[in-house]
Design a binder for this molecule. Structure first.
Ligand code: NAD
Length: 424
């Protein structure tokens, strides 16, 4: 099938490359000239496990091309919209890019098109896309096909989705979507067809639910801190209940990333705009905001921060990605710099992205990050931090202080350190 994808970011690029790998002919359009040039030369631009090889293979075999020529991207029958929908100034989703793509499609299409919205958009947005295109054409379908991939496992998730949600009532669109996804559909992960508005909300609801679990546990972690409990034990006790399950019940320094924060805020606004109560999400957001402020914990073991050297282990908002959007580490860096501390940090993939925005010293290894530090703060739970030689770390540090923002260490193994975790 001939397919185009507008937006070559984390979602559009992975979608385009994976669709090409299934044997389709794919054109990816992006407005960022530098990105397009790098992608055509085989540089994946972002870090995502397996992406470099998959991109190289599909470029070599001529199944994928990248272009800034948006007109060309309106030629295929199936057109994905995977542009960003970042948080706008008022907290609502900024839909400028989505509507601009809709206008490009309207102005250049010349026959039936299936428009597949992958970008996360509030309820009713696909109706507006339809209205824009309806200005000139009537032979088209707009379906909502929200994306559920997880950064760090995006290619696996494309090929092994828990579910594929498609919001449409058009039989023609359903047939095309069934054909397109046939290679990845299994009995246990079917395409779930539903109303378009329901599909739009299902995406926000899923992210908001996961964020709610995280904030719920973080709220309880404070009670544990004040009363001598251990939140990791509480989470285990809850998670073993099959009705609850153990995922997304880990206390830490809050959720970040390009999705949870903006999607929770956008859903709060959608609820309020439609006269509905958003109090659960208001609380989720408040808890997360406070949870990201880890300075009080650092101060417990290091009351004066001015002039002190703080080492950060991990900068990405979660492991296995170089994405730093809304990463809790950024909040910590800003606060430490304000306090006059010197910040040195290591992250296997995200360090370069942070160094572009903040004046911190980037180190090559976790051990270099511990050297001369007055406190180490674990911000991202990369696996390689779990098995560090802690005796060596202790020997390198100026003072043996560790604030474990992700509870990756067992407090019983931290003899000789002043150790503070979350909720324990
Ligand atoms: P991104 O910022 O990484 O990529 C967006 C890309 O769109 C950029 O390369 C940008 O240059 C390009 N773009 C902007 N306007 C354009 C236009 N008019 N025409 C062509 N290209 C244009 O964003 P992302 O993380 O890939 O997210 C895309 C969408 O998918 C968002 O709505 C997001 O909420 C949703 N989503 C993201 C994830 C994730 O893990 N990143 C997961 C699920 C859903």
């Amino acid at each position: 099938m001939r397919i185009s994808v507008f937006g070559s970011g984390y979602v559009g690029l992975v979608t385009g490359v994976c669709l090409a790998d299934l044997g389709n002919e794919v054109i990816c359009a992006d407005v960022d000239e530098d990105k397009v040039r790098r992608l055509n030369s085989g540089d994946p631009v972002i870090y995502e496990p397996g992406l470099r090889d998959l991109l190289a293979r599909n470029l070599r075999e001529g199944r994928i091309t990248f272009t800034t020529d948006t007109k060309k991207a309106v030629e295929p029958e199936i057109i994905y919209i995977a542009v960003g929908t970042p948080e706008g100034e008022d907290g609502r989703a900024d839909l400028k890019s989505v509507f601009s793509v809709a206008e490009t499609i309207r102005d250049n299409m010349d026959g039936y098109r299936l428009i597949v919205t992958k970008s996360t958009v509030p309820m009713g947005t696909n109706d507006k896309i339809e209205e824009i295109i309806n200005d000139r054409f009537s032979d088209f379908d707009v379906v909502s096909n929200p994306e559920f991939l997880r950064e760090g496992r995006a290619i696996y998730d494309f090929k092994n989705p828990d579910r594929i949600i498609v919001g449409t009532d058009s039989e023609k669109a359903k047939a095309l979507m069934n054909k397109l996804y046939a290679p990845v559909i299994r009995t246990e992960n079917p395409i779930v067809f539903m109303k378009r508005n329901s599909a739009e909300l299902a995406k926000y609801a899923s992210n908001a639910m996961l964020a709610t679990r995280i904030s719920f546990v973080n709220m309880l972690s404070r009670l544990c801190e004040n009363n001598g409990g251990d939140i990791t034990e509480v989470s285990k006790g809850m998670g073993l209940d099959k009705r609850i399950g153990s995922r997304f019940l880990h206390a830490g320094i809050g959720y970040g990333g390009s999705c949870f924060p903006k999607d929770v805020k956008a859903l709060q606004h959608t609820l309020k705009d439609h006269g509905c109560d958003s109090s659960i999400l208001d609380a989720v957001e408040n808890v997360n905001h406070d949870q990201k402020d880890i300075l009080p914990k650092i101060r417990k073991i290091l009351p004066e921060l001015s002039g002190k050297r703080i080492g950060l282990l991990g900068l990405a908002f979660k492991p296995k990605t170089d994405d730093i959007r809304e990463a809790p580490a950024l909040t910590i860096i800003q606060k430490l710099i304000q306090e006059g501390a010197k910040v040195q940090a290591f992250d296997p993939e995200a360090a370069e992205n942070v160094a572009k925005q903040y004046k911190i010293e980037i180190k090559d290894t976790p051990y270099d990050t511990a050297k001369d530090a007055d406190c180490l703060v674990v911000c991202t739970e990369w696996d390689e931090f779990r098995s560090l030689d802690l005796e060596r770390i202790k020997g390198l540090m100026n003072q043996p202080n560790i604030v474990d923002g992700r509870n990756i260490y067992n407090p019983e193994h931290m003899q000789g350190f002043n150790y503070i975790g979350i909720g324990r």
